[in-house]
Design a protein around this ligand. Structure first.
Ligand code: NAD
Length: 293
């Protein structure tokens, strides 16, 4: 299968690099510097998304939201026209399940299978080869994709029909967003009452409150490392999508609603393009205490 990758940002760039270890890969991004970085790793740069789609049997996308995916496929990107019957489009964006099902139906009319394959574990997990890939796809399409995704990470999961990969990812991220918020809130209380960030980090990593936040985010707070790996805008998008899904399916999500408003506030205050770690500023300000170095 000839492979192509569109969207080489923090996440897509890391996933494409993993694929490149075992497959020739055509790549495209609106930002030429992102394409150039992958070309240095021996990827084949495409002139446009349309050109890439014409020369690929499997096109993977990792764009900010489903809106960009739709624009790429049916708008200016013209990828839907360029894909040949029998091709597969695997969307690794954290997207909207309803939008994806609708796009998949449109593509199926011309013989193209679209599936959702979002990921969890961040660029760090991609680089380490441990990232989770959640695939919403018909059984036979999953069977073809599995060996390719396994070259990114062994943690590939078939979640069910098209759209369920996104649902799984939204469940994952709303949990992650909430745990991050409550961890930062509790850190502020702990520091104000005599604990150091080092003690909190060390003990939380060994106790029952252990999480990806205590393992990855807390050491970054100690170093004052606010480098952008996952933006506040993208996390806010995920919590919004999750609560919309809750609302659309009459599944009350009162806690997630509160979490969404916290991320909205942090996004307004700190800036949409800042790293999610900046959420800590909200709790520092509320308690009047410094948490991060
Ligand atoms: P990013 O902003 O770093 O990258 C997005 C890339 O898409 C950019 O390079 C941009 O130029 C490119 N792009 C946008 N529109 C395009 C188009 N029409 N054609 C070609 N390229 C286009 O974002 P990211 O952090 O890489 O996130 C991408 C997706 O992955 C999001 O849905 C996000 O929620 C999800 N995700 C991110 C992480 C993470 O830790 N960063 C983890 C899991 C999932």
């Amino acid at each position: 299968m000839r492979l192509g990758y569109i969207g080489l940002g923090n996440m897509g760039g890391a996933l494409a690099r993993r694929l490149l270890r075992e497959h020739p890969l055509r790549v495209f991004d609106l930002r030429p510097e992102a394409v150039a970085r992958l070309a240095e790793a021996r990827a084949i740069p495409a002139q446009s998304a349309e050109a890439l789609a014409r020369e690929s049997d499997l096109v993977m996308t990792c764009l900010p939201t489903s809106r960009e995916v739709r624009e790429l496929l049916f708008g200016e990107g013209r990828v839907a026209d360029a894909l040949e019957s029998g091709a597969i489009l695997a969307d690794m964006t954290t997207g909207d399940p309803a939008e994806t099902r609708e796009m998949a139906a449109r593509l199926l009319a011309k013989g193209v299978r679209m599936v959702d394959a979002p990921v969890s574990g961040g660029p760090h997990g991609a680089n380490a080869g441990t990232i989770a890939i959640m695939v919403g796809a018909p059984e036979e399409v999953y069977a073809r994709l599995r060996p390719i995704f396994a070259t990114i990470s062994p943690n590939v999961f078939h979640t069910g029909a098209v759209g369920t990969g996104h649902v799984m990812k939204l469940v994952n991220n709303v949990v992650g967003a909430g745990v991050r918020a409550v961890t930062f809130e509790a850190l502020a209380m702990g520091i104000k009452n005599g604990l150091s960030l080092e003690t909190l980090t060390e003990v939380l990593q060994k106790g029952s409150a252990k999480s990806a936040i205590t393992e990855l985010a807390l050491p970054r707070l100690s170093k004052g490392d606010f480098a952008v790996s996952f933006t506040l805008a993208l996390m806010l998008k995920d919590v919004r999508l999750a609560t919309k899904l809750g609302s659309d399916s009459a599944s009350p999500m009162p806690l997630a609603g509160l979490v969404r408003e916290l991320y909205q506030t942090a996004t307004n205050k700190q800036g949409a393009e800042k790293d999610v770690l900046e959420l800590v500023r909200l709790f520092e300000e509320a308690a009047g205490v410094a948490i991060a170095r």
